[in-house]
Design a protein around this ligand. Structure first.
Ligand code: FE2
Ligand code: FE2
Length: 356
């Protein structure tokens, strides 16, 4: 049975409303001596009947508090006003302030019953609509993650190390964004971290003898390797164009990450465009530090694998190749805050691979 909260100070009206409605609805009356919003939060009614002419409070003030509540579950509760003054001014003011309907005294039980039923019908309809939008969004998000994971497995098949690397980068990125002061919603943080799975997708186009070479790359080979940024972004742009009718907002992040994750914040020698500072999108700046940390932890033809402490010190204090100025200071600050989690992500992955 749906719960209706009646905010009314006159007991005679409460009794009358109760006798009209209690067979169909669960009625809770309230004389407004208690804290109004607290009572609504506790009872969470499906509808509120609010008397505008309460003896101790201004009904419009209560309506304003309900409609401006920070919790949308409360501000969306339909409110039907009851008033003894059947003026157009009251009707206009009430509706403008967010009431869904008004009923004038003396209350006709049949009219009140119809108005309540109409509200529940329209509220149910809105809720179903909202649920179907949320379900669709969830479905899209899941499809996106499936697609990203499928592509990362594809990379994994092609190059075992890259596959594990991109999944660790995804985790580091989420960790940084959760530790940074940004205006990004949780949804966008999810998009960026999942899109980070594709940051090296362009490596598929780099010749195998360069990609898998176990020695230091020549200048020509390094130039070939650098093109994975532009190749990756172009492939993703083609996919986005193909699905231009679909809401593929998240691909925007995958493209900017693929293209800019090797740029340097200080503008010194990043590639492919040698961008500087905020010319580099935030997603690219975050992936940059995650990518460097992971590369430092791994063995490469020109270096041994560094410990977490060594990798941390190189990023924070610099060495002959890497400078802290290469990174966005805000991203670097977040990295310092969650460096322990980076260590955990890397070590747990190595453990599952049987390396530790
Ligand atoms: Fe890369
Ligand atoms: Fe990478």
């Amino acid at each position: 049975m749906q719960r209706i909260l009646v905010i009314e100070t006159r007991q005679i009206i409460v009794k009358m409303l109760n006798s009209f409605l209690n067979k169909k609805y669960s009625i809770y009356s309230f004389d407004a001596k208690q804290e109004v919003i607290q009572t609504i939060e506790e009872k969470m009614p499906a509808l509120i009947l609010l008397d505008l002419e309460l003896s101790n409070l201004d009904g419009f003030e209560i309506l304003k508090k309900i409609k401006s509540h920070s919790n949308s579950k409360i501000s969306n509760i339909p409110v039907i006003l009851i008033s003894i003054l059947s003026t157009e001014e009251i009707q206009i003011k009430g509706l403008q302030m967010g009431a869904c309907d008004l009923i004038f005294e003396p209350v006709n039980p049949l009219i009140l019953d119809i108005k309540i039923a109409m509200q529940f019908k329209s509220f149910d309809h809105q809720q179903k609509l909202q649920m179907s939008i949320e379900e669709k969004n969830e479905e899209l998000k899941n499809n996106f993650e499936i697609l990203m994971t499928a592509i990362s497995i594809l990379i994994n098949e092609y190059n075992y190390i890259t596959g594990r690397h991109v999944r660790r980068v995804q985790k580091y990125v989420k960790c940084i964004l959760n530790n940074m002061e940004t205006t990004l919603s949780d949804q966008v943080i999810g998009y960026i971290s999942t899109a980070a799975l594709l940051h090296d997708v362009g490596k598929i186009i780099v010749p195998e003898n360069t990609l898998l070479k176990n020695e230091v790359l020549t200048e020509i080979e390094f130039d070939q390797m650098k093109t994975h940024t532009v190749h990756g972004a172009n492939v993703l742009r083609k996919i986005k164009k193909l699905f231009k009718e679909q809401p593929m907002e998240y691909l925007k992040y995958a493209i900017e990450i693929a293209e800019t994750h090797h740029e340097k914040f200080s503008g010194e020698g990043g590639y492919p465009y040698n961008l500087k500072g905020e010319e580099i999108p935030l997603s690219g700046r975050v992936v940059a530090i995650a990518d460097v940390y992971d590369a430092l932890r791994q063995e490469r033809p020109y270096k041994t694998a560094f410990s977490h402490k060594e990798a941390y010190d190189i990023i924070v204090y610099g060495d002959d190749r890497i400078r802290p100025e290469h990174f966005d200071p805000k991203v670097l600050g977040a990295f310092k805050k969650c460096a322990n989690e980076f260590e955990k992500i890397f070590d747990e992955d190595m453990l599952s691979k049987g390396c530790l």
